[in-house]
Design a protein around this ligand. Structure first.
Ligand code: GLN
Length: 534
């Protein structure tokens, strides 16, 4: 039977529960256990696919095509867990399923209630992931902050689960903030006490308290928290702000968290070893030999979380080249106002990530033009490929005002357009081309040089596609179609002839990059950027 680790959060949001859960996964994997992670999101949307990045941050896409919370990205980057659509549960999903059952008459005349029907559905879902994925341990992260109305059914479900599973099979970890008050020169434990009190009121007793803090807690402070929160002092774990998120598993190990978990869950596994991780990831991030400046041109630049996987994959690409990444975040609307030169002059690589809607498009097109004309390595991802195609059509092929039908329905040259199967679709939720598709790479291209193989699989999230009617004219002018989805003959990757490195893909490679295994396109993009800086 799988062991369960429930992670809740208190005091404030954005405490790094996702990184905490992922780091615990890493620690358990280091002991040789098979793990998976589940994120429970208390909002009513069925999935975050329809949400604005400003509301939610990045939408992470799983191999099986689910649009999920960005924490699932951390889960996959830190561990070998293969997350699926089932690894993200939302209130919307749970209610949808309960209401569908009610309409079918499955509840046999009963009044359908939050307890037991909603909570049973949550428990069933969590247990199903454990049995389907055949893992030794399941880490369940509850989104939101204790005290929110929304998360109550999830908390009640894990309270019941803990009771059903019994000792040795479940552990509750509560992540809180321990603020350091500068003027008083001391840390404050009171918010943690209140947060744990709120948890206890609903019947949950945390076994371990992870304290996010600027300054490590002293022995006294740990003892105080232990006393007021009813845990052993060695169950109060420091989570001091780390230089890089990839340091967190190592810090937790130093705090004894892995031994604590082994003891509480009665796991008979050897002491885990993180030395490969320390050597291959941490050492390279902390003391790289080179540095390179790369610009990411997008419209959600102001929000740190909107391009999470892109920034992480770039970091991996850099560490794969023993290089420090200097990230320049450029708002595409600023380029529209002031021109590309002002923001992009001097950068060694330009990346245009995915996006939707018209705002900021012309700025991105200018960024692609600037990269093409000035021989600066360019990496276009999804929308970043579509705008590179538009730019090339307009400025090299002479197709005046060429566009995607997403931005100009009546354009004379629809170089990017909807496939017929997409035209009929009305609903917005889960209706894009989503998840993993096979792609064939053309030998002798820079794309092949990166992947070193012909058959690859990458994850998608888009509606629009390259319009094959323009393949011939573009090929004549110097675009190489270096990746194709063979079943439907769709263009998946393009590159430019006569350019040091200009590759753009219709899929999202950032979702498959890991610190220990940087994605080949990100790695080669950084390599190209490094070589023009020499
Ligand atoms: N808006 C474009 C499309 O739907 C690109 C999507 C994306 O970049 N993820 O095809």
């Amino acid at each position: 039977m799988s062991k369960f680790i429930f992670v809740t959060g208190g005091v404030v949001s954005s405490l790094g529960k996702g990184i905490t859960a992922s780091s615990i996964g890493k620690l358990l994997e280091a002991k040789g256990l098979l793990v998976t992670l589940i994120k429970c999101d208390p909002y009513i949307n069925v999935d975050p696919g329809t949400m604005n990045p400003y509301q939610h941050g990045e939408v992470y896409v799983t191999e099986d095509g689910a649009e999920t919370d960005l924490d699932l990205g951390h889960y996959e980057r830190f561990t070998n867990a293969k997350v699926t659509k089932d690894n993200n549960i939302t209130t919307g999903k749970i209610y949808y399923s309960v209401i569908s059952k009610e309409r079918k008459g499955d509840y046999l005349g009963k009044t359908v209630q939050i307890i037991p029907h909603i909570t049973d559905e949550i428990k069933h879902h969590i247990k199903k992931v454990a049995s389907d994925q055949k893992v030794d341990a399941v880490i369940v992260e509850i989104g939101g902050t204790v005290g929110d109305i929304e998360s109550l059914p999830f908390l009640e479900a894990i309270r019941q689960l803990r009771l059903e599973l019994g000792r040795d099979y479940a552990v509750n970890i509560h992540v809180t903030l321990v603020p350091f008050i500068k003027s008083a020169g001391e840390i404050k434990t009171k918010p943690t006490q209140h947060s744990v009190a709120a948890l206890r009121q609903i019947g949950i007793m945390p076994d371990i308290i992870v304290c996010r803090t600027e300054k490590a807690l002293s022995k006294d402070a740990k003892e105080k928290i232990a006393l007021f929160c009813n845990v052993e002092p060695n169950c109060v774990i420091n989570a001091v702000d780390a230089k890089t998120i990839y340091e967190v598993p190592v810090n937790f190990k130093k705090e004894g968290l892995d031994l604590l978990l082994t003891r509480l869950l009665n796991i008979k596994h050897p002491d885990g070893n993180l030395s490969d991780w320390e050597h291959n990831v941490l050492k390279r991030i902390k003391s790289p030999a080179h540095s390179v400046e790369i610009a990411v041109v997008g419209k959600y630049i102001a929000l740190q979380d909107a391009y999470k996987s892109i920034y992480e994959a770039l970091t991996h690409g850099a560490l794969g080249n023993n290089t420090r990444l200097i990230l320049k975040k450029v708002d595409s609307e600023d380029i529209e106002e002031d021109g590309a030169e002002k923001y992009l002059n001097g950068v060694k690589g330009i990346l245009v990530p995915g996006g939707f809607g018209h705002r900021g498009i012309e700025g991105k097109i200018n960024a692609a033009k600037f990269a093409r004309e000035n021989s600066i390595p360019y990496f276009g991802i999804c929308l970043g490929m579509q705008i590179a195609v538009i730019e090339f059509a307009r400025n090299v092929c002479g197709l005046k005002n060429a566009n995607s039908t997403e931005f100009d329905k009546d354009t004379k040259y629809p170089v990017v357009a909807l496939l017929d199967e997409q035209k009929k679709i009305q609903d917005k939720g889960a209706t894009m081309r989503l998840g993993a598709y096979e792609c064939r790479i053309k030998k002798g291209t820079k794309t092949y040089e990166a992947y070193q193989k012909e058959k690859i699989s990458e994850r998608h999230r888009h509606r629009y596609e390259f319009n094959n009617n323009y393949r011939e004219v573009m090929q004549k002018k110097g675009i190489i179609f270096s990746g194709i989805y063979p079943k439907k003959d769709l263009v998946e990757i393009i590159e430019l002839n006569c350019h040091p490195w200009f590759i753009a893909c219709q899929f999202h490679p950032e979702f498959q990059s890991k610190p220990e295994k940087p994605h080949p396109l990100f790695k080669n993009f950084v390599k190209a950027a490094l070589s023009i800086s020499k």
